[in-house]
Design a protein around this ligand. Structure first.
Ligand SMILES: Nc1nc2c(c(=O)[nH]1)N[C@H]1C(S)=C(S)[C@@H](COP(=O)(O)O)O[C@H]1N2
Ligand SMILES: [Mo]
Length: 493
């Protein structure tokens, strides 16, 4: 009921999304890490499924209690409605209507509960009366009809709410109307020599639909580009306001940049490379003129999430962008439409704010980003790492020439070499493909002659400064996983 009402009245704030968002913000960091490692990018679906199960359990409990004692079940529903309203209140997009919806839904649920329990009791009474078989059958039918009708109405309401929410997104329509301007500084052509040419290796440029998605937003924030405003404030000589039209009229830069999540485990897939179109953040900051002493920019999203980025990374020569385009399209909604930050060399949690609305020039001493108090480091430079894509771990291959291939990255530094070793033997240098730029990942390949047997294969990358990747096995928290990606290959005769 709450979802249905929200679908029509307040699509950005369904009660389910609000409770889920509050849960995400409240769980200890360890639980979040466990959820990402267990469910990957399906973590939100898993949370929603879990919530639906909890709701079904509470509904069953309410029914059982109400049958025993009048209003005992209604009390459970009332508390549930209040909890929903409280969760909505913790959300940054809260509106008065959004708070009322869970309460309204609870009232409807109590009315239905009373109706159903009334019918059930009539059936109980008739069933225990001798010689009242026909009365029992008819009260049974009446109970089951009411129950079935309620179930059908809930299902239809849910579907309707879903359709409505999908169709009602004026934002998707606004996105469809956008034509991206050409870049004044276009992305360098992807050199043909950047392709290792091995089937099964990660594509050099990740298609938008395959690009990993990580954020705390249970429902994708709907930010209308026509009303979008970016505010630059804090320790600046002058505050700057920027509209989407202003931004689109700036001389834009397009670059391939590989972004990665700090939660990516060694060998994991929370990393992707896209061609981003945007205005260099340093040009915007130059307009605002950061004051001496400032060392951090706290960026904020429409849903209240924040990241703390070193001011240096946004003002130095690297191409930190206020991105509006991803692989030639306006940003997909899940990837931060209409505007996000992309900063070469930094993990997403300290730099890649999606649905961006504010840049506050400040200091690390005065402000902290969303993940820092939750057990993650204040600073998050991406660690040099490498991954074996083919052959897939555990998949048998034929004896003879076996081709290994994968990707390696050291954003903003670049890769010098990639090496492989078998069963902890000597390192052998792989063939390193040309990079698109030092800000992207590189493909590599190595053909080896292997006789039948079991092999443990490990990969390591060395950056252009000559620093090999860290070999110590460490988990993602607090500042990124380290260690060698290791696959087991079963070579058959
Ligand atoms: N508004 C907002 N932006 C966010 C996040 C978030 O939770 N909310 N997560 C960050 C993290 S942790 C990562 S790794 C990147 C992922 O960007 P992607 O989903 O486009 O791949 O977005 C960053 N930007
Ligand atoms: Mo992340």
């Amino acid at each position: 009921m709450g979802e249905l009402l929200a679908g029509f009245a307040s699509p950005s704030l369904s009660p389910l999304a609000a409770v889920g968002g509050a849960v995400i913000d409240a769980v200890p960091p360890g639980v979040k890490d466990w959820a990402v490692s267990a469910f990957g990018t399906a973590d939100k679906d898993a949370l929603l499924a879990g919530m639906v199960l909890v709701i079904a359990g509470l509904a069953a409990l309410a029914g059982v209690l109400e049958r025993r004692r009048r209003f005992a079940g209604a009390l459970v529903i009332g508390i549930f409605g209040l909890a929903g309203a409280a969760a909505v209140l913790t959300r940054s997009q809260v509106t008065p209507l959004a708070v009322v919806l869970p309460l309204l839904a609870a009232v409807v649920a109590v009315v239905l509960l009373r109706l159903l329990v009334g019918r059930l009791k009539a059936w109980d009474a008739a069933a225990s009366t001798h010689g009242a078989e026909t009365a029992a059958a008819s009260s049974r039918r009446s109970f089951l009809q009411t129950l079935g009708g309620t179930g059908a109405a809930v299902a239809a309401g849910g579907v309707l709410a879903g359709i409505w929410r999908g169709a009602a997104t004026a934002v998707s329509e606004a996105r469809a109307r956008i034509t991206l301007p050409a870049a004044v500084s276009p992305a360098p052509q992807v050199p043909a020599a950047a392709e290792a040419g091995v089937a099964g290796v990660s594509p050099l440029v990740t298609p938008n639909r395959d690009f990993y998605r990580i954020d705390t937003a249970l429902s994708v924030p709907a930010v209308n580009p026509d009303t979008w405003q970016l505010k630059v404030a804090g320790m600046v000589a002058r505050e700057v306001q920027l509209s989407f039209a202003d931004l689109m009229a700036k001389p834009l830069t397009e670059r391939h940049i590989t972004i990665a999540c700090v939660s990516n485990s060694v060998g994991g897939d929370l990393i992707g490379n896209a061609r981003w179109l945007g205005w260099p953040v340093r040009d915007l900051l130059a307009m605002a003129e950061p004051q001496p002493g400032a060392d951090m920019v706290l960026s904020r999203s429409a849903d209240g999430w924040t990241a703390g980025t070193p001011l240096e990374a946004l003002t130095d020569a690297r191409d930190a962008l206020l991105a509006v385009g991803m692989n030639g399209e306006p940003l997909p909604l899940e990837h931060g439409f209409p505007v996000r930050l992309v900063v070469p060399g930094l993990y997403g949690y300290v730099s890649a704010t999606k649905w961006l609305t504010e840049l506050k020039v400040t200091t690390f001493a005065a402000d902290t980003g969303y993940w820092t108090p939750r057990g993650w480091s204040e600073r998050g430079p991406i660690k040099t790492s490498s991954r074996i894509d083919v052959p897939r771990s555990g998949r048998p291959v034929g004896a003879g020439t076996v081709i290994f291939a994968g990707v390696a990255w050291a954003q903003h530094t670049g890769i010098r070499k990639v090496e492989l070793r078998l069963n902890r033997g000597p390192w052998r240098e792989a063939e390193l493909a040309q990079g698109i730029s030092v800000d992207t990942w590189y493909q590599w390949k190595l053909a080896m002659d292997l006789s039948p047997g079991q092999y443990e294969v490990q990969v390591r990358a060395t950056d252009l400064g000559g620093r090999p990747q860290d070999e110590t096995s460490r988990p993602p928290a607090p500042d990124g996983a380290t260690g060698f990606h290791t696959v087991r290959v079963d070579v058959k005769s």
